[in-house]
Design a protein around this ligand. Structure first.
Ligand code: UT7
Length: 326
């Protein structure tokens, strides 16, 4: 008998406060038209008073409810994030506390920026296949708004806050079918958040937090992202044992509509098969894929048995993809 891991339930949570492109026009020299045509983003959510771990716990509660499992049957919590509540302890431990899971449950974070959810799913899948766990909650949770320089029009228009989660469980039927994860550390300086890292702290009397918020060489990241996302998407399909025509939906990382369209063209998918959420929520980094999955499951587009390919790209630089049967 083969052992697989399979998604048993999904959940997502966004803070209530909406920040529109029009409102950003009052903060920086930009326009609704520029943001829409260059990125596809119309509005994003901002967590004024909810911590990253609260966002993540709210998404996890919904995923546990959909899975219909007892929370005490969860063996582990893995959180993909670059905006954790604290550098130590892991945000996963705080989420474990919010969920009230007390015993026999490991909890740790994964740092792979926007690709974090795919990295975390590959780790959870391996742990289940190797009998280290039966059920793991995998969460992508971000509170990016507090790490953004609201005077930098190159970055502040892009990001939003939110969290998505899945319960991944042991299964006899195929669920997760292929993973492809990759990184190029020589490009580590193209997308950075240096504030409160140990390099920053060792230098903290000579610099300020304001000078060390998110920075991105957008155009350079864009060029690499277009190719890497398209290649990773094709590779996930080709190594899954399925054919291109078997793919029902594509869930791309939601950074830029032009990058998404290039990746979708590469696997010949029409627009109705691509799940898009960035118009409403912007780039929520590790949360884009699990939130988009949950939204499409709850609105009835994605159903049990559908084959889904997901791909992401982000700081590191990191990129990756996965193909699964829901
Ligand atoms: O999720 C993590 C991975 N991140 C990504 O994948 C992001 C990849 N990059 C992108 O999506 C795009 O590069 C951006 C949306 C960030 C920028 O779009 P672009 O078409 O690459 O613009 P650009 O950076 O080449 O800038 C073009 C012009 C510049 O003006 P000049 O130098 O031509 O006069 C910028 O200063 O647009 C200007 N610009 C803006 N104008 C109005 C940059 N940001 C803005 C803005 N509003 N918000």
């Amino acid at each position: 008998m083969n052992i697989y891991s399979r998604i048993l339930g999904t959940g997502s949570y966004f803070p209530e406060k909406v920040l529109t492109n029009m409102e950003l026009e009052n903060l920086v020299d930009t326009s609704d038209e520029w943001i829409r045509t260059r990125t596809g983003i119309v509005e994003r959510r901002i967590a004024d008073h909810e911590s990253n771990s609260i966002l993540g716990a709210k998404a996890a509660e919904k995923a546990i409810e959909m899975a219909g499992v007892d929370k005490d049957s969860i063996d582990g919590i893995i959180v993909a994030t670059f905006t954790g509540d604290t550098i130590m302890p892991a945000t996963a431990c705080r989420i474990q506390n919010h969920l009230g899971i007390k015993n026999n449950c490991f909890a740790f974070d994964i740092a792979a920026a926007c690709t974090g959810f795919i990295y975390a799913m590959s780790v959870a899948d391996s742990m289940i296949k190797n009998n280290l766990a039966q059920r793991i909650i995998v969460i992508g949770s971000e509170r990016i708004s507090v790490t953004v320089d609201w005077k930098d029009r190159n970055t502040c228009i892009l990001f939003g806050d939110g969290a998505g989660a899945v319960v991944l469980g042991k299964s006899e039927e195929p669920g997760m079918r292929s993973f492809h994860i990759n990184a190029d550390g020589s490009a580590h300086n193209l997308l950075t958040l240096e504030a409160l890292g140990s390099d920053f702290l060792s230098n903290r009397y000579k610099t300020t937090i304001e000078e060390n918020l998110i920075k991105m060489k957008g155009n350079e990241v864009f060029k690499i992202a277009v190719r890497a996302m398209a290649d990773a998407t094709a590779r996930a399909v080709e190594s899954s044992g399925l054919k291109y025509e078997d793919v029902d939906f594509f869930i791309p990382h939601q950074a830029n509509l032009r990058i998404i369209e290039a990746a979708a063209r590469r696997i010949n998918l029409t627009n109705d098969k691509v799940i898009i959420t960035l118009d409403k929520f912007g780039n929520t980094s590790a949360a884009t894929i699990p939130t988009a999955l949950d939204i499409a499951v709850r609105d009835g587009r994605i159903n049990k048995g559908n084959n889904i390919v997901a791909a992401a790209f982000g700081g590191g630089l990191t990129w990756g993809s996965m193909l699964f049967t829901f």
